[in-house]
Design a binder for this molecule. Structure first.
Ligand SMILES: *Cc1c(COP(=O)(O)O)cnc(C)c1O
Length: 232
């Protein structure tokens, strides 16, 4: 058995155990395998283990992989997205996790309209208020949700966050708890065209804490594919 298969088995076991002890059904949690910088062979190893959701950060890399890998893969754009790159991925990816402005959503709406489709998106919230991270501040979220909800060709499916770097997963419990609360507040506004069913939170370092707090989509890279080397 290859390294990726082995790692995947371990991650799936942790997901299962965490769901069990949290009283959740493991089917509520989608594992998105984050394959940025990793070669197609490794992606295929995960694919052959049944993984169909893959996350990428860079548009060019995403498009290249999309063209050469099986068509039943559901691609997730999880990295910062520039408006001039939107046209390359709208209608091709299952979900764009990283919407951090009304202008970006407007651009996606425009491209989706051309294609006659509705693009599913998540709003990225900078829950840890980190200057180095992208994302909307909690206090701005409601207004931005209402503005984006007016666009007929995008659909807000939920929220996404990248929590601060921690050594122990549980250090981020509070952050995840807070964003779940924000999702409840947004849901209670009953805005048309806005759903809060998808909560994309939890990475290799803290997906256990995220599942405990109610994550429905975890984005796990290095625990499955190994550490990334950006200097190649
Ligand atoms: C790279 C990345 C991940 C995966 O991180 P790991 O620590 O390797 O699990 C998850 N989410 C986002 C937004 C990322 O950029």
């Amino acid at each position: 058995m290859g390294e990726v298969s082995n790692n995947l088995k371990k991650v799936r076991k942790i997901i299962k155990d965490t769901c069990e002890s949290a009283g959740r059904n493991e089917n509520e949690v989608t594992l998105v395998a984050v394959s940025k910088t990793k070669p197609n062979e490794m992606i295929m190893e995960a694919y052959n283990e049944g993984v169909r959701d893959f996350g990428e950060n860079y548009v060019q890399e995403l498009v290249e992989k999309m063209e050469s890998l099986p068509k039943d893969i559901r691609w997730h754009m999880i990295g910062h997205l520039q408006r001039n790159k939107v046209k390359y991925i709208v209608g091709k990816v299952k979900l764009i996790h990283s919407i951090d402005s009304v202008r970006l959503a407007a651009e996606i709406n425009k491209e989706a309209e051309k294609l006659g489709i509705i693009q599913d998106i998540l709003l990225e919230i900078n829950m840890g208020r980190e200057e180095t991270k992208f994302g909307i501040m909690e206090e701005d979220a409601m207004d931005i949700v209402k503005e984006i909800a007016e666009f007929p060709h995008v659909r807000i499916m939920g929220l996404m966050t990248s929590a601060p770097y921690v050594v122990d997963s549980d250090e981020n419990l509070k952050i995840f708890h807070k964003i779940m609360g924000l999702a409840v507040d947004i849901k209670n506004e009953n805005v048309d065209n806005v759903y809060m069913g998808v909560m994309s939170m939890g990475m290799s370092q803290d997906f256990v804490a995220a599942i405990k707090e109610g994550s429905t989509m975890i984005r796990v890279g290095s625990l499955i594919f190994g550490q990334r080397n950006y200097n190649k």
